[in-house]
Design a protein around this ligand. Structure first.
Ligand code: 15L
Length: 268
């Protein structure tokens, strides 16, 4: 049986990275983004639109089996923009999921929902479902999205996995990424685990690779069958040429790194 998985924000960094890795002969990927997508694979469909447009969201969600909600602003922005795109947009997705009987939503939350937790407070391994401590309006919107997800789970029984994603890129973006990186292949593994039967119910998990320097726990990810295979350590020499690895460094000390010092509401 072919299943249809909606990916919101499919033209963004993570969407572009994930599309080829999530393709399967028994799966249609329905791509939704305000930006144009022209390089469609035969297993892909594309609907152009914004999460702020409820009619477009309804078209995107109708007939899908699961939603991977990556869409929205991915760094700090004005309060107005954050509310419109990340909060209203996420509520529109959950609302449409209820209307169209979609039973699984994978929500791209972020480490910035809990960015003020520090290494000192973590016993070496910070739990995946530690309480929110947002490091900006963006992080706050991710914490709000997680709470919305909980509401829709408790009210309507939607299975939800909130992914507290670290740094999901081809390679670590900076030396902090030696702890927070999630490789493209591990990102795909995490999404597959989140779509599997093991992830029924409600979960909050970290989204990182099996990094030697990680201090965010993999235990919650394991419960849904996420077993990361990659390790940022292959980049260590390169990044530690100019930096010492010490948790006295505020960038490394706090989960959210430099986001904790970025001016509130100022676009990055
Ligand atoms: C995020 O939430 C951002 O979307 C991404 O651009 C990175 O900055 C990432 O966090 C990170 O913390 O590295």
């Amino acid at each position: 049986m072919t299943t249809t998985v909606l990916i919101t924000g499919a033209a963004g960094n993570m969407g572009r990275m994930l599309r080829p890795l999530l393709r399967r002969s028994d799966r249609t990927l329905r791509l939704f983004d305000i930006a144009g997508i022209t390089d469609l694979d035969p297993t892909e469909e594309y609907i152009q639109g914004s999460v702020t447009d409820r009619a477009a969201v309804a078209r995107a969600v109708e007939g899908v089996d699961a939603i991977v909600h990556l869409g929205g602003l991915s760094t700090e922005d004005s309060w107005e923009n954050i509310l419109a795109v990340n909060v209203d947009g996420t509520q529109a997705i959950f609302d449409a999921a209820v209307t169209h009987g979609v039973t699984r939503v994978v929500y791209a939350s972020s480490n910035h929902a809990v960015g003020f937790w520090t290494h000192d407070e973590s016993d070496g391994m910070l739990a995946g479902d530690v309480a929110p401590r947002p490091d900006g309006f963006y992080g706050w919107s991710k914490a709000a999205g997680e709470a919305l997800a909980r509401l829709y789970h408790d009210r309507f029984g939607i299975d939800v996995v909130n992914l507290r994603i670290g740094s999901s890129f081809d390679r670590p973006p900076n030396y902090r990424g030696l702890a927070s990186w999630m490789s493209p292949a591990d990102t795909a593994r995490l999404i597959e685990a989140s779509l599997s039967d093991s992830a029924k119910g409600f979960h909050i998990v970290w989204g990182i690779s099996a990094n030697t320097r990680a201090w965010w726990s993999g235990a919650e990810g394991e419960t849904i069958g996420y077993v990361p295979q990659d390790n940022s350590e292959i980049f260590a020499d390169e990044f530690l040429r100019d930096h010492e690895w010490t948790f006295d460094d505020p960038i490394l000390q706090r989960a959210g790194g430099a986001f904790c010092d970025h001016p509130l509401g100022q676009r990055m």
